[in-house]
Design a protein around this ligand. Structure first.
Ligand code: ADP
Ligand code: MG
Length: 342
C-alpha cells in the first residue's frame, strides 16, 4: 500500500469523528494555557470546526514540524510519559487532521502581536505555505471538510450529523464545566442563521459557576455536592507494579442532582465523568450511579458531574489511539466501593 494510504488509515484511528476533532483541538488549547477558548462550527461542523485560543502560540522554530507525524513539544524525556500532566504527548492530532481535512493554523506568540502567521499544510503534514497576517496572541486551528478524503466515513457523518453534533456539544460542555479560569464558548452557523451562541462560560473560579453558565442557574438549585472518599484493596496486578501493599484511595468530587423520590420533577439528565480532570467516557461508572438512584426509587436518572481523583498508576489512557477509552485497573473494586458510598 502507498505510504499516503497508510497515513490516511492511521489518521482515521486518531480522528474517528467530530468529537475527536473537538477534543484534540481543545486539549491543545488547554495545554497552551489558554484562558479563552472559542469553538466555531459551520454547518454543525461538517463545513468547519475551528478552535481559537489565547494561549502561548506556536514558536516560529516549530512551524515546519508541528503537523509532522509524532512531532510533539510536550515530552522532555521518555520518563515524562509516566508523570504526564499535559493532554497531548503523541504528536498525532495535527498530522492526522492534515490527512483528513483542509487544515490550517493562525498563530502568534505574545512578542509577535499584532503580527500573526498563517500556516497551511500538505496532506502529509509538511508545511506548504507560510503567510504573515494580523492576529491576536494565541492559536486558531481550522478543520474544514473533515473526512473529505474518506468518502464512506464522510457520507456516514453527513447522514448522522444531528446526532454527532449533539455529542460534540455535550463533550464541549464537559470541558467547559471542568475548566475553571477559562472562558469557554461555542457558536454555530447553519445556513443564514449565523453565529448562534451554543453556550458560554465566564472564566469562573468554580465548576459550580461553570455548570450554572452552561446549564442554567435553575439546574444549580437541583444539585448537591458530591464528595466521596473511596478506599479499597488494590488488585494483584496493581500490587505487583506498585510494589508495597497499598490501599487504593480515590476521591470523587463534583455535583449530583438531589434525589427526588417517587414521582418527582424532572432534573436534566446530563452525566459527565472525569479522571483527574480529563473528560472521559466511563460507562460502567455511569451505570453504577444510575443503579443506585433506581434502587432508591428515584424517579429520574441523575445529573452527574464527577471527577475521580486518583494516582496516575491506577489507569491507562493509552488503550486506543484516540485516548478516549480509559482503562481503570481496578474498575470492579472501584465500582463496588462507589455503590456502597453512594
Ligand atoms: P501533541 O498535543 O500530542 O503534542 P498535536 O499534534 O496535537 O500533538 O500538536 C503538535 C504540536 O503543535 C504540539 O506539541 C504543540 O507544540 C503545537 N500546538 C498545537 N496546537 C497548539 C495550540 N493551540 N497552541 C500552541 N501550540 C499548539
Ligand atoms: Mg494534541
Amino acid at each position: 500500500i502507498e505510504a499516503r494510504s497508510v497515513h490516511q488509515i492511521q489518521s482515521g484511528q486518531v480522528i474517528t469523528d467530530l468529537c475527536s476533532v473537538a477534543k484534540e483541538l481543545v486539549e491543545n488549547s488547554l495545554d497552551a494555557h489558554a484562558t479563552t477558548i472559542e469553538v466555531r462550527f459551520k454547518d454543525n461542523g461538517l463545513d468547519l470546526i475551528e478552535v481559537q485560543d489565547n494561549g502561548g502560540g506556536i514558536a516560529p522554530d516549530n512551524y515546519e514540524s508541528v503537523a509532522l507525524k509524532h512531532y510533539t513539544s510536550k515530552l522532555a524525556s521518555y520518563d515524562d510519559l509516566s508523570s504526564l500532566n499535559t493532554f497531548g504527548f503523541r504528536g498525532e492530532a495535527l498530522s492526522s487532521l492534515c490527512a483528513l481535512s483542509d487544515f490550517q493554523v493562525v498563530t502568534a506568540q505574545a512578542h509577535q502581536v499584532p503580527v500573526a502567521t498563517k500556516l497551511e499544510f500538505e496532506v502529509s503534514g509538511k508545511l506548504a505555505k507560510k503567510q504573515v497576517c494580523a492576529g491576536r496572541k494565541g492559536t486558531t486551528a481550522s478543520v474544514g471538510g473533515i473526512f473529505k478524503r474518506l468518502p464512506v466515513r464522510r457520507r456516514e457523518l453527513e447522514k448522522n450529523i444531528k446526532r454527532e453534533y449533539g455529542k460534540v456539544v455535550n463533550l464541549l460542555h464537559a470541558y467547559a464545566c471542568i475548566s475553571t479560569g477559562v472562558s469557554f464558548s461555542a457558536r454555530n452557523t447553519v445556513g443564514k442563521t449565523k453565529n448562534v451562541t451554543v453556550f458560554s462560560t465566564n472564566g469562573n473560579r468554580t465548576t459550580k459557576e461553570n455548570i450554572a453558565n452552561v446549564y442554567g442557574a435553575k439546574t444549580l438549585s437541583a444539585l448537591i455536592p458530591l464528595e466521596l472518599e473511596l478506599e479499597f484493596e488494590p488488585s494483584h496486578a496493581m500490587k505487583r507494579s506498585g510494589g508495597e501493599d497499598v490501599v487504593n484511595k480515590i476521591q470523587v468530587r463534583g455535583h449530583i442532582s438531589r434525589p427526588v423520590f417517587g414521582e418527582g420533577r424532572q432534573t436534566p439528565d446530563r452525566q459527565m465523568f472525569f479522571v483527574n480532570t480529563r473528560p472521559c467516557a466511563l460507562p460502567q461508572i455511569a451505570k453504577a450511579f444510575n443503579e443506585v438512584y433506581k434502587s432508591f426509587n428515584v424517579s429520574q436518572s441523575p445529573f452527574i458531574f464527577a471527577d475521580f481523583q486518583m494516582d496516575t498508576n491506577a489507569y491507562d489512557v493509552n488503550v486506543s489511539p484516540d485516548k478516549r477509552t480509559i482503562l481503570l485497573h481496578d474498575a470492579g473494586a472501584l465500582i463496588d466501593s462507589l455503590k456502597v458510598s453512594l
